[in-house]
Design a protein around this ligand. Structure first.
Ligand code: PLP
Ligand code: COI
Length: 359
């Protein structure tokens, strides 16, 4: 793919901030974008200024939500260079999401090349402060201006990047989690395994209800039995039994196949923990929390890496986990994962792709 690099003028070159990034509110100077037209394929790839999209109000994405996205990060290494973490997995999942949403796929190598060129151009936007990274958000939207319900004949694929700090305001600290008795995020056969906006829209109502009750995330149960644990907020979930067995639900179709989840299974086994993918009944799990058999619970995802769960709220009862403190297994995995991501710990699995940052 030939990517046209559009030069920016002085007024378009903002200085990258050095701290206080928050999450997802700041964006670098440039973005990648290309267009798709049925019968022609992808065309007009360019890296140009980060700027608003001008779209007809009838554009199909606004009405029927045909859209997908990805989330990955660029990490500043201590030698000044930059690491991407398993970006090949994100490129693959982007296309899996595209297929599920009846959208065109993108050449995986071209997609990665676009990200590499963008990060190289914006290398000054990769933060150097510990815990902060450059968040990379590839997106595809349906752009045909028509109200008929059918797969669009036109699309935009773009990548925006911006510096982020910790996903949770409290940093690496336990979060309180609300278990919804009524509402479900996704159903087997639905779109839960795709990274598509509608899944997140469907989660907001319960997310707000959880917040009103003093919880920061929602634990999602399966939609068929209302019993089996699926995910937590926008993360996969794992349970630690007796300090040494890490269990996460299997990928049954309604769960997003997380790259952090996959890494936790590989890394956990390598670090000497027993790892397993098993269906977890919420009632059994809560009984195991009460008896002390479940010693830790944590969410895992690119944004937070590992997010310890401090307590569950279910049907007006609270269940405290590890005394609402960060547990040793969550801490161990967090340190190891962030260590590999930032180059502090040797990458023994070939997970990182290093970009030379010339300056
Ligand atoms: N589950 C959902 C619903 C997500 O949005 C994410 C975030 O990407 C994850 C799980 C974790 O996936 P990953 O580890 O690939 O970031
Ligand atoms: C994650 O990276 O874990 C996420 O779910 C990102 C979120 C902002 C959608």
């Amino acid at each position: 793919m030939d990517i046209k690099i559009v030069p920016l003028d002085e007024s378009q070159l903002k200085q990258a901030p050095e701290k206080d990034f928050g999450f997802g509110n700041l964006f670098a100077n440039r973005m990648f974008i290309q267009e798709y037209t049925a019968g022609e394929g992808w065309h007009d790839a360019k890296i140009g200024p980060y700027e608003p999209l001008v779209l007809d109000p009838a554009t199909s994405v606004f009405h029927y939500a045909q859209e997908i996205f990805e989330g990955t990060k660029a990490y500043r290494r201590s030698d000044g260079n930059i690491n991407l973490f398993r970006p090949w997995e994100n490129m693959k999942r982007f296309n899996q999401s595209a297929q599920r949403m009846a959208m065109p796929v993108v050449d995986e190598e071209d997609h990665l090349d676009a990200i590499l060129q963008l990060v190289e151009l914006e290398h000054e936007w990769v933060p150097s402060v510990p815990g902060a990274t450059l968040y990379i958000r590839p997106t595809m939207i349906a752009t045909e201006p028509a109200l008929g319900v059918h797969a669009s004949s036109r699309y935009l694929h773009y990548v925006i990047v911006g510096p982020v700090g910790a996903y949770f305001k409290g940093g690496f600290n336990p979060v309180p989690v609300y278990i919804s008795d009524t509402y479900r995020r996704a159903v087997r056969g639905g779109t839960g395994a795709a990274k598509t906006g509608g899944n997140y829209a469907a989660s907001l109502f319960v997310g707000e209800e959880a917040k009103r009750k003093g919880y920061s995330q929602v634990l999602w149960l399966d939609a068929i039995h209302g019993r089996y644990i699926e995910e937590v907020g926008a993360m996969n979930i794992a349970f630690v039994y007796e300090g040494q067995r890490i269990v996460t639900p299997p990928l049954t179709g309604s769960i997003l196949p997380g790259i952090t989840r996959k890494s936790v299974l590989t890394l956990g086994a390598d670090l000497g923990y027993e790892t397993a993918e098993e269906m977890i009944d919420v009632h059994e799990m809560l009984a195991d929390v009460e008896s002390g058999k479940v010693t830790e619970v944590f969410g895992c995802g690119t944004a937070a890496v590992i997010a310890p769960v401090g307590k569950f709220g279910f049907q007006d009862k609270e269940y405290l986990i590890n005394n609402n403190e960060v547990g040793p297994v969550a801490k161990h995995l967090y340190d190891e994962l962030t260590g590999v991501q930032t180059g502090r710990i040797e990458d023994r699995f070939g997970w990182t792709l290093t970009i030379e940052a010339n300056g």
